[in-house]
Design a binder for this molecule. Structure first.
Ligand code: MD6
Ligand code: FE
Length: 209
């Protein structure tokens, strides 16, 4: 035991860090990556991102020179994204419920892979249909510094270390807050090696009737 388990903390109104919440869930990203491999997507500025990405579930987040959007097919293969494993969806739903968001049913899971030196600049997640739905973010592997700000890019940020099995849920008043990840420091994680994985679960499309 690491003494941090279920030491919940509120980052901002509507945003919670659930320490160690993913511990009891079997999250196997390799099975997804075997079907839709990690790739460095090109950002709107034309440069490849330092974070490699893949997706599972009915919708996947994609980026290219024309912008950011959700697609039902992997542009590399033309085939649908791999199915979202039931255990992934269960973790996302349970974490959302524990943070006060009942019946979260994600239709997209973006998987980010950071190697030492990779980072993610301050951004808002605003490509989803309904900002009334939260985002559930699961961190695995090497620790990273997550920065969380306000509704404006220039708002002051708070910094929180996210470690293996930590889950962040953010929605409600913080759904459109700027956030990012500082440059990943080198290290070796006992289970995952020299990398950090982050899974973000979203309700990207309209709710099914
Ligand atoms: C990351 N996370 O932790 C990047 N977005 O690697 C995100 O960009 C993110 O953690 C929306 C909601 C939660 C997140
Ligand atoms: Fe984000």
């Amino acid at each position: 035991m690491n003494g941090r388990l279920f030491d919940d903390s509120e980052l901002a109104p509507g945003a919670r860090v659930l320490r160690g919440f993913a511990l009891d869930y079997a999250i196997d990203v390799d099975a997804v990556a075997a079907e839709s491999p990690f790739r460095h997507m090109v950002a709107k500025n034309g440069f490849p991102m330092s974070v490699a990405m893949t997706n599972c579930g009915p919708l996947g987040w994609v980026s290219d020179r024309t912008g950011y959007r959700y697609e039902s097919r992997d542009p590399l293969s033309g085939k649908p994204w791999p199915a979202m494993p039931a255990e992934f969806a269960r973790l996302a739903r349970d974490a959302a419920a524990s943070a006060g968001y009942a019946s979260f049913a994600p239709d997209a899971c973006l998987i980010n892979r950071y190697e030492p030196g990779a980072k993610m600049g301050l951004h808002q997640d605003r490509d989803e249909h309904d900002f009334g739905q939260p985002i559930v973010s699961v961190s695995l592997g090497l620790p990273a510094a997550f920065v969380f700000g306000g509704a404006k890019r220039s708002d002051k940020t708070v910094r929180v270390e996210l470690e293996h099995d930590d889950v962040v849920v953010f929605g409600g008043p913080s759904r459109l807050c700027y956030h990012g990840v500082l440059t990943l420091a080198d290290g070796v994680h006992p289970q995952l090696g020299r990398r950090r994985l982050n899974l973000t679960f979203r309700r990207a499309g309209p709710a099914v009737p």
